[in-house]
Write a protein that binds this ligand. Structure first.
Ligand code: PEP
Length: 255
């Protein structure tokens, strides 16, 4: 396991997407708890569907496993059928939330503006957002990657003040690497993470840029986790497919 700056202990987060009922989530977490050593060297989070959050929290109990929601709406309450608010997550005891995942952007019309509204509301309600950004294959091939990433950060994090920014985590997820089995090379990932950290410095300041964790996501598996996480600006992983089985996910946690 590589040494990270003390404030950037690795965070390995599993995004279960639309998989697992409450009972399946609880059974998984019971198995993962048995695998986790007492001297765990990474923070571990799991993001079940809304319907499995309560059983996941109960199964996680006082273990180090953090539970995250996969999305949150910006209004506290109102006529917004199908949405879930920050106070609702607070009421369950959920402290983490993924915002702006590329699947939300691709299939559900998320934009940097709606991402920003969710981020602002989540931070105001004391949640720790994991804000996802990343370029499409077309954007990468047109040499627009860095422009896209900096715009997503500028717009997605607009009006976030420096104090609240301490609760942020960024996930760099190149869309062409999500669920495709195609992982960014360590060089490509590190280069993008460096660009992201430089932009965080412009938006906030150097201290915060060095403090905020930047996770890599896109076909992370036990076989490629160590090389990715050895990069100086990669502080963890957001894992989709390989988080669905506890033993495989543990292979990444134990990179
Ligand atoms: C994700 O859903 O955030 C993700 C990175 O998926 P996968 O690991 O399956 O590519």
């Amino acid at each position: 396991m590589s040494a990270s700056p003390p404030n950037r202990r690795p965070l390995i987060a599993g995004n279960w997407k639309m998989y697992k009922t409450g009972a399946e989530a609880a059974a998984y977490i019971e198995q993962l708890k048995l695998l986790l050593p007492s001297n765990l060297e990474a923070d571990v989070a799991l993001a079940p569907s809304f319907t499995a959050l309560e059983s996941a929290l109960m199964a996680a109990g006082d273990s180090p496993i953090l539970i995250a929601a996969q999305n949150v709406f910006w209004e506290d309450e109102g006529a917004y059928t199908g949405e879930v608010s920050v106070p609702m997550l607070n009421g369950l005891g959920v402290e983490w939330v993924i915002i702006g995942h590329s699947e939300r952007r691709q299939y559900f019309g998320e934009t940097d503006e709606t991402v920003n509204r969710r981020v602002i509301a989540a931070l105001a309600g004391g949640l720790n957002p994991i804000v996802c950004i990343g370029e499409t294959l077309e954007q990468r091939e047109a040499n627009q990657t860095f422009q896209v990433l900096t715009a997503q950060l500028k717009e997605g994090l607009a009006e976030v003040d420096n104090r609240a920014a301490q609760s942020l985590t960024i996930a760099y997820e190149p869309i062409w690497a999500i669920g495709t089995g195609r992982t960014a090379t360590t060089e490509i990932a590190q280069e993008a993470h460096r660009v992201i950290r430089d932009e965080l410095e412009r938006i906030f300041n150097k201290e915060l840029a060095n403090y905020i964790r930047i996770l890599y996501g896109g076909s992370v598996k036990p076989e490629n986790a160590a090389a990715l996480l050895a990069q100086p600006d990669i502080d963890g992983a957001l894992v989709g497919g390989a988080s669905l089985k506890p033993d495989v996910f543990y292979g990444i946690i134990n990179f």
